[in-house]
Design a binder for this molecule. Sequence first.
Ligand SMILES: Nc1ncnc2c1ncn2[C@@H]1O[C@H](COP(=O)(O)OP(=O)(O)O)[C@@H](O)[C@H]1O
Ligand SMILES: [Mg+2]
Length: 379
Amino acid sequence: MRPIRRLRGELMATVELRHVSKRFGPVLAVQDFSLATADGEFIVLVGPSGCGKTSTMRMIAGLEAVSEGQVLFDGKDVTDQLPHDRDVAMVFQNYALFPHLDVYSNIAFGMRLRKVPKAEIDSRVRRAAQMLGIEDTLARRPRELSGGQRQRVALGRAIVREPRVFLMDEPLSNLDAALRMEMRAELIKLQDRLGVTTFYVTHDQVEALSMGDRIVVMRHGRIQQIGAPTELYEQPANVYVAGFIGSPPINILSGEMNGDELRLPEEKASLPLHDAALRAAAEAKSPLLLVGVRPEHLRLAGHANDDGAYSLRGKVDTIEPLGHTTLVRIELPSGRYVNALAGEKVRLAMGDPALVSFRPEHLYLFNPSDERTLLGLAG
Ligand SMILES: Nc1ncnc2c1ncn2[C@@H]1O[C@H](COP(=O)(O)OP(=O)(O)O)[C@@H](O)[C@H]1O
Ligand SMILES: [Mg+2]
């Protein structure tokens, strides 16, 4: 199916935020936020609680005044426009359905207020309900629905508005894990079909990676990085993004350059660097470096210096079977731990000596002074 709007030959919206900040008294909730979307793009805002995601959404919607900066829709400044005039639809974590109205009336509510003709209301409600697979719940009240169905009704109410922009703030966080997965997939398909520019908020990096065309990683009100999922994974801007994207998080150790070798003195290990890694290390302007390697790149089997692989010696601390993989925590000589995700069967027991190895191309390097990335993965 073609996007409804495109079918009707109407223009959709691009959204731009220019150096937007939000202050609540002494709290700087959002600082210097700049982003320009493509038409129909799916943008995900992700970051820990309190990092400014909801404040950003509310400023896009016009529900919150910006303290500094501008918001533009289709290149037109809407900074001082009321929410009503911006033509955005929001879906929140609590669906805020009317308990005394049936599903049909919940979805039709806004259109009835705006005196949309009855036949038009009916066709939009039915089309949305069909898209969401809730046609047979139209006569029920919200309390007679499952959590997933209620979420669909809230989405239906947003869809029938045929807005220029969708804003969804943690819309799935009240659902259980299996249902979240299912709804996640459906939302991706739905957004693709409608083609409406969407901002989606989550604190879950897995959800962010799976849904976003581009992801905005936020922390303390500031954008850390904007990028496509693989970009954030392979070329994180800094230690924070490297740690936020990926689960379990990337392992970070301290190293020191000595000639062409990266030494991890506390771990009694030494990694000979070549080419790109050497050039990256030289940019730090100090011999001290932070060394990163992701759990999924650490191998437990193998021999020391196996075909050029880097290796670290330690002992097995804990072993957690996760089904198709096993998470093994290794204690290194310094007393620090690294996590390794083993795809193969683990033949180790707690307390066993362990050798973990990884390929040189899986090495990340960071500058310890500002935590910026010096070396990521080649794309
Ligand atoms: N209405 C408000 N008044 C005062 N402080 C607020 C208000 N709304 C949000 N904040 C503060 O702004 C910061 C960002 O909040 P918020 O945007 O809700 O973050 P998130 O959605 O990422 O959890 C937090 O420190 C929060 O306490
Ligand atoms: Mg929030």
